[in-house]
Design a protein around this ligand. Structure first.
Ligand code: F6R
Length: 608
């Protein structure tokens, strides 16, 4: 993930900015850069690769100046090279950015038609270009910033510096976090308080939709309508954390909130946002020729694979054989070399998954590894590696790795479908557009549902058992919801296909049994509502996770209805993951369990 730092200082800032960036290194990055205003002129140093390269450039060519912004870039749009590294400069405007500007292609076209020339392949450059255009048209700095924010959509954190104002930075947040720090005669900007911890422990976190003018004369924060808003200053403990939780209580919470950002990054390696095409290297696996897929994994990764199966079958018309790895490895399943096999694993070290991979390899199948740790054994033994790019996942209960696995599997299914000619170009573009919009929707949902999830978790924490039900891709998601709840809150929970309810589990329903129904208003909605009806008729307590259309369509009594935005079926599993993750998280916090290291569980299961 990208990292942002800014200083309005009392002395030279370049070295200090790079020092602060080192505290964001853990997030992963592939290039870095720093810019200052020196004697009334913007200047910058940038380098591909690690910060040591940037330090090398600075040692050769120091960068004076008492105000500056700096960035570590984790490439999304455009390859990781020096040209695409931030800060980006256009006519006296400098910008660093974290996230995705969703409508950059449209804005870029418009700006090019108006005579602009672009230097980089990044989405970020449209921000600098727009600001420069508004300034040329005569707007002041503050107005230009406000106009630019009205034009761009997506998930972003931005820091902006104007050459004609060497005492002020501007900032904006929609999604990825951004903090303002206060020092003696200085002010700072940072992606998180840890980046700012060498300078100050007094910070203000911008809220979603906020933008700010940050100068020695004061900090002024506005909402998107341009009205001033006030945000609290707080003292952080960030300096105390070596591996940081940012402003979160637990790694799990941090990882839940990181999802919009890490998913943008992951998607950028599998889809072309501008062309709206699936684009990835599948190595020696030729999806156009394979006759079927075998998929295997454990736990949450298996549930991601189970959702992926729906996509490969529906879009790419590929039959998928799937099983948990501890069964798969011993089933002696007949497989043929014209099939391919995908193994999904965050750690890439899970013993059963590895054994299943080796079984498929012996049968002559081409092997794909969908992994987070690309140096892992599973990755090394595969023919093609599909990294999920979630960044380090510290919380034992998987959250961001799950949704990144889903994002990657969805992209692979779309690419396979195109290669096989089972979807046309227009469908590919539509599906990719939905994927592109997902990070922004995730950010919105995370903000929207947080208070309701916290309140609901108090109810859930009193329960002994919880049932989760769903149909289609919401069925594996129901199982994931149950798994998340049981592993961190120790409450017994089961996930069922909603249609299976009447074949057994319905016997459990009474007025003490909460039933969490996952039902976006999709092809299965009416049928799921019938199953809900069966629960309601027996006095079961329904927690209904649906979308706006679903909420309007059902009149059944519920304990709570969680209303998410209406989204396409291809992204619904990722969006609907958020309430189930937050519900499990807050229930566990409420019960006082060890959220990040639940009893009896390990992050990497390297034994059978
Ligand atoms: C649950 C969880 C586990 C893992 C499983 C597989 O939250 O994290 O169920 O998904 O142990 O681990 P990996 O993905 O490392 O193979």
């Amino acid at each position: 993930m990208c990292g942002i730092v800014g200083i309005v200082g009392t002395g030279p800032v370049a070295e200090r900015l790079v020092d602060a960036l080192t505290r964001l290194e853990y997030r992963g990055y592939d290039s870095a850069g720093v810019a200052t205003i020196n004697e009334g002129k913007l200047d910058r140093r940038r380098a591909e690769g690690k910060l040591v390269n940037l330090r090398g450039v600075l040692a050769k060519e120091p960068l004076p100046g008492n105000i500056g912004i700096a960035h570590t870039r984790w490439a999304t749009h455009g390859v990781p090279n020096e040209t695409n590294a931030h800060p980006h400069f256009v006519d006296g405007v400098a910008v660093v950015h974290n996230g995705i500007i969703e409508n950059f292609a449209e804005i870029k076209q418009e700006l090019i038609a108006g005579g602009a020339t672009f230097e980089t392949q990044t989405d970020t450059e449209v921000v600098a270009q727009l600001l420069a255009r508004y300034r040329r048209e005569g707007l002041g700095r503050r107005q230009a910033m406000h106009e630019m924010l009205k034009r761009v959509t997506g998930a972003y954190a931005l820091a902006v510096m104007f050459e004609d104002d060497p005492s002020t930075l501007m900032a904006a947040r929609s999604g990825p976090p951004l903090a303002i720090g206060y020092g003696r005669g200085e002010v700072y900007l940072g992606s998180d308080a840890v980046a700012l911890s060498p300078f100050t422990n007094e910070v203000t976190y911008l809220h979603d939709g906020d933008w700010a003018i940050v100068g020695k004369d004061g900090v002024f924060i506005f909402d998107l309508s341009g009205s001033p808003v006030s945000r609290p200053r707080q003292i952080t403990q960030a300096a105390a954390y070596l591996v940081d939780k940012g402003n979160h209580r637990h790694f799990m919470e941090k990882e839940i909130y990181e999802q919009p950002e890490v998913i943008s990054h992951a998607l950028s390696h599998y889809v072309d946002f501008a062309e709206r095409r699936a684009r990835f290297d599948s190595g020696t696996i030729d999806f156009s020729k394979v006759t079927g897929l075998a998929m295997s994994a454990c736990g949450t990764a298996f549930l991601a694979a189970s959702i992926g199966k729906y996509w490969f079958e529906r879009y790419a018309r590929l039959p998928v054989e799937i099983d948990v790895a501890s069964e798969f490895r011993y089933r002696e399943m007949p497989l043929s070399p014209d099939q391919a096999a995908l193994f999904i694993s965050q750690s890439g070290e899970t013993a059963d998954t590895l054994a299943s991979l080796r079984y498929c390899k012996e049968q002559g199948l081409k092997i794909g590894a969908v992994v987070n740790v690309t140096e892992s054994t599973i990755a090394r033994e595969a023919d093609a590696i599909f990294p999920i790019l979630a960044g380090p996942e510290i919380g034992v209960a998987s959250t961001k790795a799950f949704t990144c696995q889903l994002a990657v599997l969805a992209s692979l299914a779309i690419g396979a479908a195109r290669a096989r000619g089972t979807i046309d170009e227009a469908t590919e573009k539509t599906l990719v557009r939905h994927l592109t919009e997902m990070p922004r929707i995730m950010s919105r949902v995370l903000n929207l549902i947080q208070p309701q999830m916290e309140a609901l978790s108090r109810e859930l924490s009193k329960c002994k058992d919880v049932l989760y039900i769903g149909r289609g891709t919401s069925y594996p998601l129901a199982m994931e919801g149950a798994l998340k709840l049981k592993e961190i809150s120790y409450i017994h929970a089961e996930g069922y296909a909603a249609g299976e309810l009447k074949h057994g589990p319905i016997a459990l329903i009474d007025e003490n049994m909460p039933v969490i129904v996952i039902a976006p208003h999709d092809r299965f909605f009416e049928k799921t509502v019938s199953n809900m009806q069966e629960v309601a008729a027996r006095g079961g307590r329904i927690i209904f996770i649906t979308d706006e259309k679903g909420a309007a369509a059902s009149t059944l009594p519920t304990v709570a209805t969680i209303v998410l935005p209406e989204v396409d079926e291809i992204i619904a599993p990722m969006i609907f993951s958020l309430p189930i993750q937050l519900l499990a998280y807050h229930t566990a916090v409420f019960m006082g369990t060890d959220v990040d290291q639940p009893r009896n569980l390990a992050k990497s299961v390297t034994v059978e």
